[in-house]
Design a protein around this ligand. Structure first.
Ligand code: DGL
Length: 258
């Protein structure tokens, strides 16, 4: 495997760019190939089989394009396909993402934590196992958010409609005193400002982006695959929705203030 090959990053759409931002910060000398599947998004309301098949084919696309390692920057795709992919490609570092319940529980033991994620992520065995591990250390409430990723796919990070959607979604669950919210979908960090506005400043918000980026750095270091070049790496975007608007949205989200 070539050290100067790019790192592949995959998501159902543009959400994984919230993870890519962390990767670029922590691995500034790596090149990244970002692949989004906005044509088939959302994944979170599809069947397990559909998401697994789509994810495997897109990860293979990244590998055929020369990726030396892959980040599945999508909680939904990770829960559906990471185990299968690791079996298929044991020699490739493959890092997935999961809702950041661990850091939230460690920082706020015995608290009430709301996990926002897609319906599919919350239904999967992987999530149930994660929940079991921490359920004695905090009150963890699952909140499926069908429809939320669509705002981000449209580049809508602060409209009145988004505010109304979030108010309707969060008000009932936040009636009980809540300490933290975990953003268990990589699209949601782009709506973080609005989520915080609706939920209130006292609630701490966690996401898994930086932990996932650190894990990729560890894996590349371990496999001796870090790019030795001292030049700044490049990001190349691919999307199944191959339009100018989509490319502009990707560039915008990579740099947007969130
Ligand atoms: N960004 C994805 C995640 O982290 C899912 C969005 C979707 O396709 O439903 O779960």
């Amino acid at each position: 495997m070539k050290k100067d090959a790019p790192v592949g990053v995959f998501d159902s759409g543009v959400g994984g760019i919230s993870v890519l931002r962390e990767l670029v910060k922590i691995l500034p000398n790596e090149d990244f190939l970002y692949l989004g599947d906005s044509v088939h998004a959302p994944y979170g309301t599809k069947s397990l089989e559909e998401v697994r098949t789509l994810t495997i084919s897109h990860i293979e696309e990244l590998l055929h394009n020369g990726a030396k390692a892959v980040v599945i920057a999508c909680n939904t795709a990770t829960s559906a396909a990471v185990a299968v992919l690791r079996n298929m490609y044991p020699e490739i570092p493959i890092v997935g993402i999961e809702p950041a319940i661990k850091p939230a529980v460690l920082a706020r033991p015995n608290s009430r934590i709301v996990v926002m994620a897609t319906p599919m992520t919350l239904q999967q065995e992987k999530f149930k196992t994660l929940l079991k591990k921490y359920e004695n250390q905090a009150e963890i409430v699952s909140l499926p958010c069908p429809g939320l990723m669509e705002f981000v796919e449209q580049g809508d990070l602060e409209s009145e409609d988004l505010k109304i959607y979030l108010t309707n979604l969060l008000t009932p669950v936040l009636e009980e005193k809540t300490d933290a919210i975990v953003l268990g979908c990589t699209h949601y960090p782009f709506a973080r400002r609005m989520i915080s506005k609706v939920a209130g400043q006292d609630i701490t918000i966690y996401d898994g982006g930086s932990g996932t980026a650190r894990e990729m750095k560890r894996r590349l270091t371990e496999a001796e695959l870090l790019n030795p070049m001292e030049k700044t790496g490049q990001v190349t975007f691919f999307n199944s929705l191959d339009t100018r608007e989509e490319r502009e949205l990707c560039e915008f989200l990579l740099k947007a203030e969130i």
